[in-house]
Ligand binder design. Structure first.
Ligand SMILES: Cc1ncc(COP(=O)(O)O)c(C=O)c1O
Length: 382
């Protein structure tokens, strides 16, 4: 039977596997829909295998970042350096604790420039957050060196980077703390969800308290105390096992999922790179030190006007492309962090905000759908 002809391509679809029906059925039949259940534990075990570090599942990467701020005792007046071109949670998690956010410019891959950490450092700096944009690694050797020399925490927002590595070491494992996201737009998903990666196991006990609303409930379930009570500040960061069940079969085939995304990126690149380049459009690359997880296929248009034209054209061909991230330093809320009321110019971030476009990319995408996208781009290039 011929496949149905493709008439449109959406931007993203969460991974869909036949096993999903069975695992969700299991949670319902076994009445394990609450938090920290069997699938959560199985997901944590798989993530610990991938990262080689202790990992705890939480409700989102946003909450993992908030937990980082709590674990590091970030407080009012501390300064935290973040890239400006990032999702708001990278900064907001620390602003929530009263920290002043310092915004850094990015390199050609969309990641924090090590030289920017040097520029923004002050004696009040408590932490640096390195984001691995698109699953492409920030320049970790230099960043680790600077953070060590300056004695500041290094946190990694690896929300987009599960399965990617820098010089063979998994992203999310270089700093004191890191996180992954399982939002429905990510390579693997639980609908909403995330994970906190711990630099070492000494942080496990407090993490479990923070996740359980500031109680030692987790120790109670392990039989270590005879009742649980309020022992610290905390919040409700425990993910329902329904969500973890959805995630589990994807984690089992993580390499296959990332490889399929890589194939689609390869098709786009092979058919479009030369012609895009002729039009002044750059494909967002992966640095040579990085094994990517193929989270994003993005192009950087020559001008904002060219991007507008491209997006409108693709839309007219029923291909949904998107852009993202207004650079945070230009946002209304960020003005309060501007030293002397002066907002820095960060040309690398501003270029990404004004000119980047993401093409459709998801695991269940067929070759025919990828070809439909390619034909639309070719028609625009004409
Ligand atoms: C770089 C980055 N950090 C944090 C997040 C927040 O993830 P979550 O939706 O799991 O809270 C995202 C989500 O898109 C992200 O891309």
């Amino acid at each position: 039977m011929n496949p149905k002809p493709v008439s449109s391509v959406t931007f993203n679809q969460p991974v869909s596997l036949p096993e999903h029906f069975d695992v969700l059925r299991q949670t319902i039949v076994n009445r394990n829909i609450g938090g920290n259940g069997p699938f959560t534990k199985r997901c944590e075990a798989l993530l610990e295998k991938v990262s080689g570090k202790p990992v705890r599942i939480v409700t989102s990467a946003t909450h993992a970042l908030e937990a980082m701020a709590l674990l590091a005792n970030i407080e009012a007046g501390d300064e935290v350096i973040v890239p400006s071109y990032t999702f708001v949670s990278t900064a907001n998690a620390f602003a929530l604790r009263g920290a002043n956010i310092r915004f850094a410019d990015n390199d050609e891959y969309g990641n924090i420039l090590p030289s920017e950490i040097e520029r923004l450092y002050s004696p009040k700096t408590k932490a640096v957050v390195a984001v691995h944009y698109a699953g492409a690694s920030a320049d970790m050797d230099k960043i680790v060196e600077i953070c060590k020399a300056k004695r500041v925490f290094l946190f990694e927002d690896a929300a987009q980077a599960l399965g990617a590595s820098y010089k063979g070491r998994p992203l999310g494992t270089f700093g004191e703390l890191g996180c992954y996201s399982f939002h429905e737009t990510k390579n693997v998903t639980s609908g909403e969800g995330g994970a906190l990666i711990l630099g070492d196991s000494s942080l496990l006990e407090r993490t479990e308290v923070l996740r359980e609303k500031g109680t030692d409930r987790s120790r109670f379930f392990q039989g270590l105390v005879d009742k649980y009570t309020w022992v610290d500040i905390g919040s409700s960061f425990v993910l329902s096992d329904l969500n973890s069940a959805y995630l589990y079969p994807q984690l089992e085939i993580l390499d296959r999922i990332n490889a399929r995304r890589g194939e689609i990126r390869g098709m786009y690149r092979a058919e479009l790179a030369t012609a895009l380049e002729r039009a002044g459009v750059r494909i967002l690359d992966t640095p040579s030190y990085n094994l990517p997880n193929h989270h994003i296929f993005a192009i950087i248009c020559a001008t904002p006007r060219q991007r507008q034209d491209f997006l409108a054209f693709m839309n007219s061909r029923s291909v949904l492309c998107t852009f993202h991230y207004v650079s945070l330093h230009t946002s209304p809320f960020a003005k309060r962090f501007a030293k002397g009321g002066r907002v820095d110019e960060l040309p690398g971030c501003e270029k990404f905000s004004a000119c980047l476009v993401r093409l459709p990319l998801y695991y269940n995408m067929t070759d025919e759908e990828a070809q439909f996208v390619i034909e639309a781009v070719k028609a625009w290039l004409k």
